[in-house]
Design a protein around this ligand. Sequence first.
Ligand code: ST9
Ligand code: ZN
Ligand code: ZN
Length: 340
Amino acid sequence: MPPHQQTASWVLYESDTSKDATIVPPSAEKRKWQIVWRNVIIFAALHLGAVYGGYLFLMKAMWATRLFAVFLYLCSGLGITAGAHRLWAHKSYKARLPLRILLTVFNTIAFQDSALDWARDHRMHHKYSETDADPHNATRGFFFSHVGWLLVRKHSEIKAKGHTIDMSDLKADPILRFQKKYYVYLMPLACFIMPSYVPTLWGESLWNGYFVCAIFRYVYVLNVTWLVNSAAHKWGSKPYDKNINPVETKPVSLVVLGEGFHNYHHVFPWDYKTAELGNYSLNFTKLFIDTMAKIGWAYDLKTVSTEVIEKRVKRTGDGSHEEWGYEEIHDSVKEKLCQD
Ligand code: ST9
Ligand code: ZN
Ligand code: ZN
């Protein structure tokens, strides 16, 4: 690293201590848990099954079965990222009928409850972030924000403030209403039966198909999704706003198809890229939406201007921004030199 950059990081550290203290959301008050034992047992069994499925995936399954599991990971992942998250919860772009149908199918393979319910919880997560009205309030710790919130009854604040979320836009979509109405039939078919059966077409056993392409793939996608609520609210940098918990994390982004740039996403939730720098290797969802836009299935892609981002980085960022963070550091160096 060149010497001027080393000095720069030191100055950043020094100058940070002289700045106003960063405001971090307070930890939540103690609460009484109403554990839902049915969910505890189901999730424990699923995770045990997934460990066995992971073993079969690595050691026993046919190559075609392994590839199919990865294909299902990408499809069901897009059903969450490009569908439930960027299209339905945030409306960061618009989609024509064929794409809405495709994403609903992908979303059902992911089994994270109906897209209507997913989007309702997610809108609460953004509006009431890090409070008890946020379903996976990250101030309650890693475990709660990762999976614990699915093992207990929801906080009364969620139900009390739930009416402030307008869902009329999504309820007006007949495809989403259809998915919710028939979820109890569609979900087992898409998430478990189809993934178990298809590998038998190339000679795989139903047993391997079930544990590899249904159970292991499902639990894997669940856990990487949950990492956005847990790890991406905990460990990483905050180039856009240092006063909130969400962070930028490339390792998470790699496995969640581009959803790990969470500091940016909480500051600019309407950007269809959910990130500033569109590095395709870390943002497969952006590549997918761009491709859909090229064939005319996606349109009105929303993004944020460079000027708006730059202003925000300079006003509330933690100084780690690749471009304007360094400028801030250089200014601090200049200031320090002038004082000396
Ligand atoms: C799953 C979801 O895993 C994961 C979501 C993760 C989100 C991540 C976001 C990160 C950003 C995107 C990154 C994507 C990366 C993807 C990468 C992919 C490669 N507003 O829920 P109930 C009211 S699901 C307003 O039963 P309980 C409402 O009246 C896994 N009102 O509460 C409701 O009735 P209704 C599979 C609300 O009884 C009533 O309360 N699914 C709201 O306390 C009752 O609601 C499961 O395992 C709201 N937000 O039960 C199921 N919420 O619905 C797990 C509730 O009729 N869930 N109300 O209107 C459950 O079993 C239960 O929900 C419970 C709570 C036990 C957790
Ligand atoms: Zn978040
Ligand atoms: Zn979001």
